[in-house]
Design a protein around this ligand. Sequence first.
Ligand code: IVH
Length: 686
Amino acid sequence: MNVREAKQRIEVLKKEINLHRSNYHTYNTETISDSALDTLKHELANLEADYPQFITPDSPTQRVGGDVLDGFIKQEHTVPMMSLADVFNSDELRDWMQRNQKILGQSEGEIEYFAELKLDGLAVSVGYQDYQLTYGATRGNGVIGENVTHNVKTIHDIPLRLNALDVVQRDALNAVRPGWGTSLADRWDGTLEVRGEVYVRQSDFEQVNREMLQQHKSPFANTRNLAAGSLRQLDSSIAAERKLSFFAWALVTDLGQQSQYEEWCLLKVLGFPVVAETLRGYEVKDFEHFHQEMYNKRSRIDFAYDGVVIKVNHKDLQSQLGFIGKGPRFMIAYKFEAEEATTKIQDIQVQVGRTGKITPVAIMEPVHVYGVTVTQASLHNQDEIDRLGVRIGDTVVVRRAGDVIPEIVRVLPGLRVGRERKFQIPFQCPVCQTDLIQKEGQVNRMCPNLQCPARTMRHLTYFVSKQAFDIRGLSEKMLEKLENAGLVQNEEDILNLRYDDLRVLPGMGDVSAHNIVTAVQKAKHISFARFIQALGIPHIGEQTAKSLARNFDSIQSLMQATLDEFTSIDDIGDTVARSLVEYLEKQSNQEKIQKFFEAGGIIQYPQASSQVGFFCGKTVVITGSFEQYARPDLVRKIEQQGGKVSSSVSSQTDYLLAGTKAGSKLNKAKSLNVDILDEHTLQNVL
Ligand code: IVH
């Protein structure tokens, strides 16, 4: 990127970020996910660091919060309400800790930190005089907020009157640090300012949305929108109905607290709810562990949090560290792995699949999404390219949750600079130049050439893949080598590979040749279901193959089945049945199956299927990760118990098996009232 391009990129980034921020902060509408906006902010901050000459006062990196709506009384904060810098991984956390060590002249492991949850709500400041609540204000733009005292008073978590420092409270504080409670009780007059988060519990959120729907009003997108929307109402009866909750995370007034931990204790003693999940520690690994643990706990906690906040514990160290830019240097938000991020499309390439299907694939600047670096995403077909309106050079939002394949969710057209190029899938196969066909009413363009080298190669790679014959050692590269050597042209050739032919190939050697031959021999014993799947019949995936294997007692009877026999099977519809008949009718395919037996192949048929067991006749969907089981084991176990595993949640689903890091499937299951089992329950069942 040259200077001119950097300047241009900084300008469009600022515009785009400001637009989304103002939508969110001022109008309570979310037009981009937090995590995608974070990527844009990160990119802007990095560019500004490289080109500081282009930093302007209106840059989103230079300010906090939104503007104040008309109608509220404005309230200037006694101390500005700032924001926090973010880190996303342990390396960035380590960098931050090392910076602290350097400034404070300490060595590794010497500084104590206090961590708590980063709540996903709305910051407010509440003031007390003579123990009585006197005001509540939103953050606003950080310097001036909106006075929302009338609404704050409806929040039951916020005490209208502070606990006085009677014996109990005094003793509690003296137990934290000897003498503290006694001396504070002697001098304090009940004046203070507390800051914290107004939020909505998940269960309350669901209830409010149910009511909204009953009244034919549009539901809230998330708990934070609901919290913000309710707190910023001129009529306090609305806030009262909305069940807002509160956690305190800071005491602005100096009441002798010497550390963040003491502050947390004092807030509790005075009557404020504080987050119970906290940690005091010294090292990166302590917080790495805490962060992971809190992430795993998300589905079990009734309020939203999007990371942990890590604070230098001791107040004197905090003041030595001071402030930088928009926030304190002594605190950091260690956010959870984002499910969405933004990146740029570098190119769109077309791939030719096994069946001839042409797939456009977006090649992207590497971007970290939910724990992995993503560089490619399928764009499926021309319709999808048109629907997204995606062009080469565009900035896009990429999403990946849990075990899900990354996808491009949308384009950010506001970031275009005029150099982006539209893309059309070609009309000829990029590999064999045959004219592509697109059937009436279908979205996919296909290469019809059965001899297309790309198709043949895809076929073979599928044939040896894990889903099919699972022949280890035969990578796509190796297959190409064997093809070039004239050894492999079709599946049959693979099954008949001979040690003597392999070992003389350049770069092969005895061991690799032996391994390949052994893998091939092993693969010749294959279960009925996997054999069906390995045929690569269009529309027949793992589930359908399994169901066919349950319903036919041999490959011979499968080959003789009629369309009606197929459609009479529970989960087989018209398209699948027709695809089966079409495939099995073809002489070339019948020969292929014959060749498998000629090469010494043996199909293993299942024992009588399980008619008993906890999951008998039930459809189960799995989401998230599990401590005790890998996915394939889980699937096997459920099937052994008579259940069927399906990939998406619908009204047909009987159980959702939810591990940690469960994503959207969990929400969907909840909304459909599907029974949810966790790992612990599952263990009991199994
Ligand atoms: S301490 C400088 N502790 O995060 C402000 N903030 O990005 C430091 N937040 O406006 C505040 N949970 O609304 C702190 N446990 C926590 C928090 C927390 C959520 C929010 C807060 C603040 C924003 C800063």
